[in-house]
Design a protein around this ligand. Structure first.
Ligand SMILES: [Zn+2]
Length: 452
């Protein structure tokens, strides 16, 4: 009974937090909160449990990586105020973690975790033993009938059982999204892979909290989404990128609305990094090693640096953005048609109406682009920034619908790389395109009409 009431209370508390303070509009990134996931004897998180594992505990790994991350952030960006939620092995309720982050006035919340998954049990023969069995014969009839045992010996194998290590490995980044499970994650789940979504708490009431189920929950989720989801997503993408650069398996950015309660309870963009799988032997050694921990700390720091530059630059309109004027359509089109399309991506969508949000992917460096859709100019000489530029497209069923990105200039860091966040009403896709002064880049939409 109580269980049903708790989420509403929690939700109202978090809702007030969001309304009372308003840090999202800040133009400069000054305060970052680093949260070492789990902690204390009450919440050790996942543990290495496969045969011959290091038996490491997630709470220790997250603390070690967090401390290195804090040091690295301070070293590379001394102007930043970097605050931990914990620096020792103490237990914190997720509400406590969120409260600390909000009270410290964080503008970015980085949660460090390690992943796990269900382990399969293996068996192997370790020897044999002798076992006595019996055959029976019978004598007599009626009440005199008797059962006579005849013992004999057989040799039977002796097995031992062990936990097989997890095959899955890599780093994933999570953000809170109120709407739906991402395509990518759904594919993982549908594939039946050994993959459990980690929850940040052992508190069933928080884990089961479903934002869709209450009006307050929906409102709260929407506020978070409007204010922070885009920024969270940008940072998460940068982290995934930087992890990839280290040569580690980067599993991408996933969204979830249940189970990562702490992310939406913070009044700031927030990401959760699952640094590696503690039940995968390679990953366990990596996230427990000085080298691995430092590498992760440096990758996240590099991502934060990019993110910081981007949000701070996007606040002051660049000279290019101010002087950019729509060109004569004829003029653009002549140039557009003279360039071949080098990179073509295919995107399958479920609706004939799609919404496209266009961003500069990477540092905002004064890239200007035009966009053609089915050979019609739909975006004319627009400066790419970290704030999305939105336009809608209507696909023509039964034909190839092509969106072409054309670089009007090169910015300071060529080529012009655009991130397009595309939604078709049910799903959200991220597509990156790079165009330069010689080549265009395109997306071909494949729209399959759904026959009921
Ligand atoms: Zn965790």
């Amino acid at each position: 009974m109580l269980k049903n009431k708790v989420p509403v209370l929690v939700c109202i508390a978090a809702f007030n937090l969001l309304i009372l303070s308003d840090t999202f509009s800040q133009k400069k990134l000054t305060t970052i909160i680093v949260d070492a996931g789990h902690g204390g004897t009450k919440d050790p998180g996942a543990t290495g449990q496969y045969e011959n594992s290091l038996r490491s505990k997630e709470k220790d790994v997250t603390l070690a990586i967090s401390l290195k991350l804090i040091a690295e952030l301070k070293k590379q960006m001394p102007e930043l105020n970097v605050k931990p939620t914990r620096t020792t092995d103490i237990y914190q309720d997720p509400r406590e973690k969120a409260r600390i982050a909000n009270e410290l006035g964080g503008q970015l919340f980085l949660c460090i975790h390690a992943d796990s998954g269900p382990l399969k049990t293996g068996s192997r023969q370790i020897g044999t033993r002798e076992e006595t069995r019996y055959k029976y014969t019978y004598t007599g009839k009626g009440k005199k009938r008797k059962k006579i045992p005849h013992p004999y010996t057989v040799t039977v194998p002796v097995y031992e059982y062990f936990k097989k290590p997890l095959e899955r490995s890599g780093t994933s980044v999570w953000i809170f999204a109120p709407h739906k499970t991402s395509e990518k994650l759904q594919a993982i789940l549908d594939g039946g892979e050994d993959f459990e979504i980690e929850t940040d708490t052992t508190d069933a009431a928080l884990n089961d909290f479903d934002f869709k189920k209450s009006p307050e929950g929906r409102a709260l989720a929407q506020i978070y989404a409007d204010r922070f989801q885009l920024r969270s997503d940008r940072l998460a993408t940068f982290v995934n990128d930087e992890i990839e650069k280290t040569g580690r398996r980067a599993l991408g950015v996933s969204q979830r609305q249940k189970g990562i309660w702490v992310l939406q309870a913070t009044n700031m963009p927030a990401i959760l990094v699952e640094t590696g799988f503690i039940n995968n032997p390679e990953d366990e050694r990596y996230i427990n090693s000085e080298k691995g921990q430092q590498e992760i700390a440096e990758a996240i720091t590099a991502a934060v640096k990019r993110y910081k530059q981007q949000i701070e630059n996007s606040n002051k309109p660049t000279a290019v953005a101010e002087t950019a004027k729509p060109k004569e359509e004829k003029e653009v089109t002549a140039a557009f048609e003279s360039r071949p399309t080098k990179e073509a991506k295919v995107l399958q969508v479920k609706s004939d109406k799609v919404r496209v949000e266009l961003f500069d992917d990477g540092e905002v460096d004064g890239d200007n682009v035009s966009v053609y859709f089915n050979k019609n100019l739909v975006v004319n000489n627009k400066a790419l920034t970290a704030n999305g530029y939105v336009f809608n497209l209507e696909l023509v069923p039964g034909k190839t619908n092509e969106l072409v990105l054309f670089a009007d200039n090169l910015g300071t860091i060529p080529p012009n790389t655009a991130l397009m966040v595309i939604t078709d009403g049910t799903s959200r896709y991220e597509v990156r395109l790079a165009a330069d002064l010689k080549n265009n880049a395109s997306i071909r939409f494949e729209f399959k009409q759904q026959h009921p």
